[in-house]
Design a binder for this molecule. Structure first.
Ligand code: SF4
Length: 733
């Protein structure tokens, strides 16, 4: 299949899912996300607990072999059995053997993604065992014969109306079911019967305590506990990563998991079971008869699944995935997920940003190839993750590994030489977007001809066909005169002898070649506030190649820029960035790309409005800046929000007396090159549609901090969009 056909198919699939599942997903996931924010705000110790939880997980995974030995001793001392399954087939062999030895006809299950992963239902059903999902969401999917779309709420893609229609059609109740209460009550009664008569109960385990063999189930429905303790035999299935040392280490997770998942302070049920439980089995047909001791009747099997996890533990880049406590917050916080859901943004089993780590770890990188690009690297999920997993980095690493396996495109010649990169063979679309600096240099040097050529219909068709550039998008307008040209043309300028501070302004690719006016405005603003300004050479930060998973190229860029910044940092200059995604590189990704330079660059780098705020707070006169001339509608960039910097822009506007309406929308949908890609254009616009309403006042000047947001807002509202610094800069040249 040609790349263009593959892209079209992907676009169609995404469009279809947005139409059929998008509304239900958006409503449910956005609500959970809002409630998570509120829960985190209510809970003072939230950040401390995240640190604690992270440390516990790091240590538990490091000590895993010893913990598994301890756990085996505990489970066996309790009278249970522990089986460490190498892979899904091994686990299913063991479980079906247990079912055979029990002559089991039926098994009831509580929700467990690990059992989805090993497809245990199919294995048991082939052996003649009736399997019933007792979690309401899983039951809905079992009846509908669909796969989960979310790791916490497997049927979040279905509305109440759809579930009612399904139940009424399948079960034909005396009175049609309609309300949520009616549906829940029906499922509870229906499944209660199955639990009572089941031969085996199967649960997952949110956490397994090595020192006691205790499994902890954190749920909002009573079905897991009932499934565990009602039948004689209990099988718990969990990944090996669920093992922690003991009860002392459990508390932070119980506190964090419900807040992160659903925004509840605590889940309805937190069950700590140390099976085989001594509670005797209840005979529901003879409930009045005295119960026996139960000691001999109960059986317990803990099946721990490796299935690639022990290799992930040895993989420096994927290991973090094992810290995941499956709360779903990364999915809930992700704008793309909120609009398309886990049937597009997920693999065979796992969904959302962290799905890349899980699917690649258990099924190989290819298992994540189809959805990995839906992570745009905004990093909002890192702030949402209770164990601080760097989910975008895991996505980037897997993207990089997938690039290494890419087959050369027949259209490689189109970008050969034009887009040099360190990776060798990379998908031609990725090479194109990952080498934007080269294109920008060429586009600027040949402007306005380059702009004319790329606006030409035939050229756009070719770009769509060969490079996957969405024809609906306006391309950046390259400027013949760059920011660096302009800055140099102002020389010779005597160093500002009265300056209190010295700044090296970073001329990022967009500012230098496309949005030159915002660069000039930044220079004028800083100088007006008494700062001596220099420009470093316009070396791309590595953001563009990194977004395409081209880590080697990104590292080359980062090293080159670090070398350019080095003498300025030696001379006590501060680094000021205009483009938020580049500042995010300095403050975050440079830790991985240029670890030796990271501390110095990250601690001395500032967003331009953050820097202006600091100067004003230190006594610089706001009279030097432009007075407000127009009311403003402001949208901050997702990377700014992740770094917690948007408040500085708001504070500066406030200080200068601007009438500002700030958008609460977290993502404009563009996300760098993402919205330019043919296959993601519709999704990008759907995410951006949330901005409608926030920016519909034609009398307000649209203002955005990032290039992507500028493009998206301009396209959506057909209006000029400026950077905040352009509004506050004094006139001048
Ligand atoms: S990666 Fe973090 S946020 Fe995502 S499901 Fe795992 S623990 Fe939750």
């Amino acid at each position: 299949m040609s790349s263009q056909r593959a892209r079209r198919r992907k676009a169609e699939r995404i469009r279809g899912l947005m139409e059929t599942e998008g509304d239900a997903i958006n409503e449910n996931v956005s609500r959970m996300n809002r409630e998570r924010y509120a829960a985190a705000e209510r809970f003072e110790a939230y950040e401390d607990l995240r640190d604690e939880a992270r440390e516990i997980k790091e240590n538990a995974i490091a000590d895993l072999p010893a913990l598994l030995d301890t756990l085996r001793e505990s489970v066996e001392a309790n009278g249970g059995h522990l089986y460490l399954a190498e892979d899904a087939a091994d686990a299913n062999r063991y479980i079906t053997t247990v079912a055979e030895s029990e002559n089991a006809d039926s098994l009831v299950k509580s929700k467990s993604m690990t059992t989805e992963e090993i497809e245990v239902n199919e294995a048991l059903e082939q052996g003649g065992v009736d399997v019933w999902e007792t979690d309401l969401g899983e039951f809905v999917l079992q009846v509908a014969d669909e796969s989960p779309s979310h790791i916490v709420g497997p049927s979040l893609h279905k509305s109440r109306e759809e579930i009612a229609e399904l139940f009424n059609a399948v079960f034909d109740p005396e009175e049609p079911l309609e309300t949520a209460d009616e549906l829940t009550e029906f499922a509870r009664d229906y499944l209660g019967e199955r639990i009572r008569h089941a031969d085996i109960g199967m649960t997952g385990a949110n956490f397994v305590l090595a020192d006691s063999g205790t499994i902890t189930l954190v749920t909002n429905e009573g079905n897991a506990r009932k499934s565990a303790v009602t039948p004689n035999t209990h099988i718990a299935v969990a990944g090996v990563e669920k093992v922690i040392p003991g009860a002392a280490e459990l508390q932070p997770f119980v506190d964090l998991i419900s807040k992160s998942a659903t925004g509840q302070d605590i889940s309805q049920y937190v069950s700590m079971l140390t099976p085989p439980v001594e509670t005797p089995t209840i005979d529901f047909d003879r409930p009045d008869e005295p119960l026996g001791s139960g000691d001999d009747e109960r059986d317990f099997h803990l099946v721990l699944i490796d299935n690639g996890r022990l290799d992930m533990r040895e993989d420096d880049q994927l290991r973090e995935t094992l810290y995941c406590i499956r709360c779903g917050a990364c999915a809930n916080s992700c704008a793309n997920f909120q609009h398309v859901g886990g049937h597009a943004f997920g693999g065979e089993t796992y969904t959302g940003g962290i799905a890349t780590g899980w699917e690649a770890g258990i099924g190989g990188e290819e298992a994540a190839a189809d959805f990995n690009d839906l992570c745009t690297g905004c990093s909002r999920c890192v702030n949402a993750c209770p164990v601080k997993i760097d989910i975008p980095w895991i996505n980037t690493v897997v993207r990089d590994r997938l690039n290494a396996d890419a087959t050369p495109s027949e259209f490689e010649f189109l970008v050969e030489g034009l887009t040099p990169d360190a990776e060798g063979t990379v998908d031609v679309q990725k090479r194109f977007f990952g080498n934007f600096e080269t294109l920008a240099k060429l586009g600027s040097a040949t402007a306005p001809l380059s702009n004319w050529v790329t606006s030409f219909g035939l050229a756009r068709k070719a770009m769509d066909r060969f490079l996957g550039v969405a024809p609906e998008r306006d391309l950046p307008t390259f400027q013949r005169g760059t920011l660096v040209d302009w800055f140099d043309s102002r020389r010779p300028r005597a160093p500002n002898a009265t300056a209190n501070r010295s700044v090296v302004l970073y001329p990022d690719v967009y500012t230098n070649y496309v949005l030159v006016e915002r660069g000039k405005a930044a220079v004028r603003t800083l100088e007006a506030l008494g700062v001596h300004v220099e420009l470093c050479p316009p070396v791309e930060s590595g953001r563009a190649p990194l977004s395409q998973g081209m880590i080697a190229t990104a590292t080359d860029h980062a090293e080159a820029l670090a070398a350019e910044l080095d003498p300025y940092l030696d001379a006590d200059f501060d680094v000021v960035a205009i483009e938020p995604s580049d500042l995010a590189m300095f403050r975050r990704e440079y830790e991985k790309l240029v670890p030796d330079d990271y501390d110095r660059i990250s601690t001395n780098s500032y967003d331009v409005l953050e820097y202006v705020y600091g100067l004003l707070a230190d006594g610089a006169s706001e009279d030097a800046l432009a007075a407000p001339t127009t009311p403003v509608a402001y949208h901050s960039h997702c990377q700014q929000r992740t770094l917690g910097l948007e408040t500085y822009t708001e504070a500066v506007f406030d200080e200068l007396g601007f009438d500002v309406e700030t958008s609460e929308i977290e993502c404009c949908g563009m996300a760098g090159s993402f919205g330019y890609k043919s296959e993601y254009y519709d999704l990008s616009m759907d995410v951006g549609s949330e901005l409608e309403g926030a920016f519909d006042d034609p009398d307000r000047q649209l203002v955005a901090s990032g290039t992507s947001c500028t493009e998206q807002l301009g396209a959506m509202f057909e209006a000029g969009v400026v950077h905040p610094v352009e509004l506050i800069a004094p006139d001048g040249s």
